[in-house]
Design a protein around this ligand. Structure first.
Ligand code: GLU
Length: 318
């Protein structure tokens, strides 16, 4: 059984991502699990091997060393197709011809109506009950459909080890994009099972996707891992950390330092991130090669649930 870190190789990791990776690594080690890295590179336009290599190098520089080879989603299309076929055979898939803009317009139009626990941006169901003629007409008009799950208005509750129990109405989530590539939620569920992931520690921007993933696990007869969503690092504007917030990547924080100065800086970054995760005392330091030794102190269930402020991390780094 394993824990994992699953970045999208679409740019350099920032320190918020690296903090989440450290949390996932320590949590896995604390639970006696293996730890794997999966590159979520299904978007072949924005993903690149250069980013992938950079991300792995940054993880290694901070002492996060996966067990076993890294897996790429772009090489696993057959598995996603097989899962889709199973859902299709069970009558749980339908083609959706809507454009994003049409969906948005419909959501906006319905915004005044009460929508209960419906997740933000939930698909309003426009194509769910199209007849064969209507489908044929849309296809004839040159539209290539995405494939959606017939979720049937399922309410799914999930237990997050930090946030507690959350219940969500699952919408008809996209399973495959109109170009045939598997969509995020399907790929994650298939891969988590195939990689024997029993513990998911990731950013809390994905908490709202978890009921969708748990429903897919149930429909596919796959096990549900434990979930712990780590609060994100946010900029001064309260938005999740991004390039515009300044020098936020490891390369930027390390700068031109080499030799002992570079090593010192890596120790400072590793220590600051570990302190912010509550696994290191205020006057302690940890070198990247000793990171795994902190696993015994890892108790993420007691993490502060408030977002972490980038300014605080940057100030601690000096
Ligand atoms: N690839 C996703 C991201 O970069 C994370 C997916 C996951 O951890 O389930 O945000």
């Amino acid at each position: 059984m394993n824990g994992r870190f699953a970045p999208s190789p679409t740019g350099p990791l920032h320190l918020g991502n690296l903090r989440t990776a450290i949390a996932a690594y320590l949590a896995a080690r604390a639970s006696g699990l293996g730890f794997v890295v999966r590159m979520e590179d299904l978007d072949q336009v924005t993903s690149s091997v250069t980013h992938e290599e950079r991300q792995l190098a940054d993880l290694a520089a901070l002492g996060v060393h996966p067990d076993g080879p890294m897996v790429r989603q772009s090489e696993r299309g057959d598995r996603y197709r097989a899962a889709l076929d199973r859902l299709e055979a069970a009558g749980l898939v339908y083609p959706c011809f809507c454009t994003r803009r049409e969906i948005r317009a419909e959501i906006d139009a319905a915004a005044a109506a009460p929508h209960g626990l419906r997740p933000d941006g939930a698909y309003p169901g426009t194509c769910r009950d199209l007849g064969p003629d209507e489908r044929a007409a849309r296809a004839a008009a040159g539209r290539r459909p995405a494939l959606r799950l017939r979720a049937g208005g399922a309410h799914v509750s999930v237990v997050d080890l930090l946030a507690g129990a959350t219940a969500g109405l699952v919408d008809d989530v996209v399973l495959a994009r109109s170009d045939g590539v598997a969509a995020y939620n399907l790929a994650v569920v298939v891969d988590d099972a195939a990689q024997q992931i029993s513990q998911v520690v990731r950013g809390d921007d994905l908490l709202s996707s978890t009921p969708r993933q748990v429903l897919l696990q149930r429909l596919l007869g796959l096990p549900t891992p434990t979930y712990l969503h780590v609060p994100l690092v946010v900029g001064a504007d309260g938005a999740r950390l991004a390039k515009r917030h300044g020098a936020v990547t490891l390369a930027e924080v390390v700068g031109a330092r080499t030799g002992a100065a570079r090593r010192d800086r890596l120790v400072a970054v590793c220590s600051t991130l570990c302190r912010s995760l509550g696994v290191l005392g205020a006057d302690e330091r940890v070198a990247p090669e000793d990171l795994a030794g902190l696993a015994a102190r890892c108790d993420l269930a007691n993490l502060d649930r408030a977002p972490v402020r980038w300014n605080d991390l940057a100030a601690a780094l000096g």
